[in-house]
Design a protein around this ligand. Structure first.
Ligand code: UDP
Length: 406
């Protein structure tokens, strides 16, 4: 099990001490997290670390997964897209399937915890099917700055029953939501296989085991095959970069269980660049392997994150932690993660030339890349590690439990 003390050498004793002190008020409190996938995507990534660390601090944390099927996840993926602004034809059948999945889960999942934390829209309606006797918190990891109004209005019907909504950025707070809101920015865990420090020699050895050559600079995007992550845009950028500098592109995107659109987008990418895949200039990876993600982030010359929407990009923070310069879209939560020109570069999401120029600049100037990478790691260390998230959660839980009693 993960232990808090394992993090002493990374964040220092003062922070670990602060966590133990804050946790005292919450000893034995039973905290339940519910989301909709164990694997794939940022939420599963965070819960894999957060739940055991809450336990290590003295709380009783539990993590359950809403059992979904293709129908449900097809609908909730549309909800996800639509919360990020896309149109949706919200039918009665969709609502029925959504509600039914939550009702079915409630029929066998006992909830008698002290606090319930629901992640994202999939399990949001669960609150309808329990006698509420504790704080229920909705933790939304999605960019809510411009949701489709019809869908938002429908989901709001559930959210208003919650005690608190947590979002990742001030821009996502909703004025029309009569529920307290709190901002907690997502983080990474420096001790997972995905983020653990490796020497360049170790990382290079691992890469060769995964059949990824390092004879040329590598440009990488690590993201689900998702239209909002714009893999086709990354390919356009790669083509422009290659006019100036010989390099290889790796698109690494495992398929999340609750994301049925991934296969379609992957097929589209393959169709468009069959020749580049054949020649080995572009490598597509669809399996889940944390060590591979780690070494790719470390060994890439530049990591790109060409999102069109991004609640908060964990992949950005992961690469920064490995001192790899990141060129990313100026959208959603990413500007909170990167200070343009200091510890990475931000580019307008539609500016293909701008992206290509920054990538070329970093590939041609290793000293600049090193300086940016050093600052990136410092930034992550001070703001975006799991210990900071744990402190935010402890503060939040203490407040909510007190508010519930008063
Ligand atoms: N991820 C992974 N393998 C992949 C693609 C993504 O392990 O092939 C991980 C990635 O390292 C990160 C998470 O999935 O930890 C994605 O989180 P992010 O916030 O970047 O995007 P989301 O998928 O939540 O929109």
């Amino acid at each position: 099990m993960k232990r808090l003390s394992d993090y002493r050498t990374i964040v220092g004793d003062a922070i670990i001490g602060e966590i133990y002190q804050k946790a005292k008020k919450l000893y034995g409190k039973r905290i339940l997290h519910i989301n909709s996938t164990f694997i794939g995507g940022g939420v599963a990534e965070i819960l894999t670390s957060l739940a055991p660390l809450m336990n290590s601090a003295g709380l009783d944390a539990d993590w359950r997964v809403l059992h979904g099927n293709t129908d449900l996840f097809g609908i909730t993926k549309q909800f996800h897209n639509s919360l990020q602004g896309e149109d949706v034809d919200l039918t009665d059948l969709m609502k029925k399937i959504y509600i039914q999945a939550n009702e079915n889960f409630a029929a066998y999942a006992l909830i008698d915890h002290d606090v319930v934390i629901i992640h994202d829209p999939q399990p949001l309606p669960l609150i309808e099917f329990y006698k509420k006797s504790q704080p229920w918190i909705w933790r939304c990891h999605i960019d809510l700055s411009n949701p489709n109004e019809t869908l938002w209005d429908y989901l709001k019907g559930f959210i208003i029953k919650y005690d608190l909504a947590i979002v990742s950025s001030e821009q996502y707070e909703r004025k029309d939501l009569p529920v307290r809101q709190r901002i907690i920015q997502p983080v990474i865990d420096p001790l997972t296989r995905k983020n653990i420090g490796l020497t360049d020699v170790e990382a290079a050895e691992h890469l060769s085991k995964f059949d990824i050559p390092i004879d040329k600079p590598i440009l990488t995007q690590i993201s689900r095959f998702d239209k909002w992550k714009d893999p086709l845009g990354v390919i356009e950028i790669f083509k422009k970069v290659r006019e100036k500098i010989d390099c290889r592109l790796v698109l690494c995107g495992s398929m999340a269980m609750d994301d049925p659109e991934g296969v379609e987008i992957y097929d589209e990418v393959r169709r468009q660049i069959g020749d580049l895949i054949e020649s080995g200039d572009v490598i597509l990876i669809t399996y889940e392997n944390s060590l591979l993600v780690n070494v790719l982030q470390q060994m890439s010359t530049v990591v790109i994150q060409k999102s069109l929407r991004e609640g908060f990009g964990l992949t950005v923070t992961e690469a920064m932690w490995k001192k790899t310069p990141v060129v990313a879209s100026r959208v959603g939560g990413i500007p909170l993660q990167i200070t343009d020109g200091e510890d990475g570069f931000l580019v307008e999401p539609t500016d293909i030339d701008g992206f290509a120029d920054r990538v070329v600049e970093l590939m041609k100037h290793p000293k600049l890349a090193t300086e940016i990478g050093e600052k990136a790691k410092e930034n992550v260390k001070s703001k975006f590690l799991i210990t900071r998230l744990l402190i935010d959660y402890l503060d939040m839980l203490d407040y909510e439990l007190k508010a519930c009693r008063s």
